[in-house]
Design a protein around this ligand. Structure first.
Ligand SMILES: Nc1ncnc2c1ncn2[C@@H]1O[C@H](COP(=O)(O)OP(=O)(O)O)[C@@H](O)[C@H]1O
Ligand SMILES: [Mg+2]
Length: 258
């Protein structure tokens, strides 16, 4: 496999905030990268979808050093009850502690480890008084469907469940704790059946092995149970979870680091 060009982390302060970006990939590290109007003017917003309705697919054109690059832009939003009060604002305690810089740096580390996650492009925070808003650009993954979408179309094979388990084992072997592992944050490649990606590393971290691994898996299991409640019983149950666990055990046994 040709070596991927390394990510070149670089920081630049912007009026009222700052940007952390891959200098090997971003041509003009500026606020325009996070202005909807900029992309619309270049006819570069392809589509909008996603979890909380805040993900845009961007064709960056000559903002990228790569031809035909494709980026995904996410604006950080709060979930749950605080969302109504604070929407998209977080307490500022330093640039490196912002949600977006943390996720950008974690993704860069995971890419370094060879884990299947989106490459980080640029993270930006913007301050206003004590708070900030956050945005992240990542590279779009190869054509894929979320695990949730895939299950809505057809049952997965035992091999596919095992591939998911092996992938999760690799993350756990590296000590990567996902803060919100669910069926919307696991993607399955549509060209190769065993391609599995994981995304959405907001609040994720690297830590020593521990109980957290079981908690992460239980969260995923609950998500799968919730989604499959409306689907035929063959889509998800004990057998499917068992295959996933088999893949997980096999991955751990061989120290599978993908
Ligand atoms: N880099 C990416 N490549 C392809 N699809 C992506 C990428 N980032 C996000 N998506 C899609 O957008 C959805 C929402 O993104 P995510 O990062 O999970 O944010 P949130 O859950 O906070 O809305 C994902 O479930 C996935 O379908
Ligand atoms: Mg998500």
């Amino acid at each position: 496999m040709p070596a991927m060009p390394a990510i070149e982390a670089q920081f630049r302060s912007l009026p009222g905030g700052g940007i952390l970006y891959d200098a090997a990939r971003v041509r003009h590290p500026g606020a325009q990268l996070f202005q909807h109007g900029h992309w619309v003017a270049h006819n570069a917003v392809r589509e909008v979808s996603g979890g909380r309705g805040s993900v845009s697919f961007i064709a960056p054109g000559n903002e990228s050093t790569r031809t035909d690059d494709a980026w995904v832009w996410r604006h950080y939003r709060r979930g749950g009850l605080v969302a109504r009060l604070l929407q998209d604002r977080y307490l500022f305690t330093g640039a490196e502690r912002t949600r977006c810089f943390r996720e950008w740096r974690l993704l860069a580390r995971l890419i370094d480890c060879g884990l299947p996650v989106p490459e980080p492009i640029a993270a930006r925070f913007l301050r206003s008084g004590l708070t900030y808003t956050a945005d992240l650009l990542t590279a779009e993954l190869p054509p894929s469907l979320t695990l949730a979408q895939s299950l809505g179309r057809a049952a997965l094979s035992s091999q596919q469940w095992q591939s998911i388990g092996r992938t999760l084992a690799a993350f756990h072997l590296h000590g990567v704790q996902h803060a919100d592992l669910n069926a919307h944050n696991i993607l399955l490649g549509t060209s190769a059946a065993d391609q599995v990606f994981v995304l959405d590393f907001d609040r994720g971290r690297i830590r020593e092995p521990g109980d957290w691994e079981q908690r992460v898996l239980q969260r995923l299991r609950r998500s799968l149970e919730k989604i499959s409640a409306q689907l035929p019983p063959t889509v998800f149950g004990k057998a499917q979870w068992g295959w996933l666990m088999e893949g997980m055990a096999a991955g751990k046994a061989v120290g599978c680091r993908l």
